[in-house]
Write a protein that binds this ligand. Sequence first.
Ligand code: FE2
Length: 329
Amino acid sequence: MTMLVSTLKPLVTAPQLPTFLLNAKGIKDLAHEAFQNKGGFAWRTIQFLLFDINLRLMEKGFGLGTPRASREWEIRNLIEQIEQQYLPQEQIPSELTNVEVFMPWLKERISQHRVNHHQLFDLFDSNDLSDEEVRYFLSNYRVNMQRFHLHVAAFSLIVPFEMREELYHNLYDEFGQGNFADAHPNLFEPLMNYFGGAREDDINPETCNLLNTKINLCWFADGLHYGIGGMGALELAIPLQQRRVLAHLRRRGLSEDMVKFFVVHCELDEDHGEGWFAAGMPHMQTPEDLQKVFSSAMRMLEARAGVYDGILNGILEARKQADNYLYAA
Ligand SMILES: [Fe+2]
C-alpha cells in the first residue's frame, strides 16, 4: 500500500490572477475588506491567493531570481501588513514583568480561549453528525495536518541551536518515532478514506487562513517569539479539542487502529506545547518579548477557531439547503 500523501494543486496560478489583483492597490483594497469582514468574496479571494502562494512555496521553493519570487513576496508582505492593522491590540498586564509569572497567566488564557469551547464540538459530543459531515470536517482538518511538520522544520532555521533539540524531538514524533507508516499524515489517511476521502472543493477560506497564519508566524515573522507563542498555544490546546473528536469516533464503532491519529495526538501534543514553551523560556526576556508571544498565541488560536467556524457554517448551510430542497420537493 502506498503511503504517499497527495498534494493539493494550487487553486489560483499566477497567470490566471483576476485583473483587479494585478496591481498593489487592487490587492490592498481587497485585503482591507477581507480583514474587516472576515467573510465574503474579499476574504475568500485573499486567503486562497496567499494559500496558493504558500502551496507553491512548499512545492517548488521560493524561486529566487525569477519574476514570481519578487511578485509573490510583494503580495505576501502587503497582505501581512494589512492583516496586522486589524489584529486585536490587547496588552499583557503590566505586572507580568518576567517569564515565570507570565507563563501561568498565558496558559490560563490559552485554556480559556473560545477554540476550546467551540460549538462544533457539541455536535461531536451529541453524535449529531452524518458520515458526510465527518468527512468534510476531516478534509478541512487534513489540509493543515499534512503540513504541520513543515512549520516546525522551517521555524527551526531561525531559533538558537539549543532550542532546535525540542523542535527536532517534535519532528521525530511527527514522523512516527522512527516508523514512517506511523508518520501522522500516514495515520490520517485510512480514516480519511473510510469516510470517503478529501475533495479540493471542501476547503474553506478559514482553513487556508490557518495555514497562512502558521507560515506568517513560523517561516517569515520578525524574530522567534511569534513562532513560540503560536505553536506552543496550538499544541497545548489541541488535546482538549481532539479528545471530543476521538470519543465520538469511538462511539461510531471505529477500530483503535483507525482512530490512532487522534489517540496519538491526545497523548503527545500537550507535551509538545509544554516543550515549546520550556525551550522558548530562556529567550523570552523583555516585556516586548512576552507581548509578542501572547499576541501570536491569540492570533494562532483565533485562526484555529476560524477553521472550526468555517466547518460549522459549512455543515449548517448544507443542512439548510437540504431542508429547503425537501420542502420544495
Ligand atoms: Fe501530529
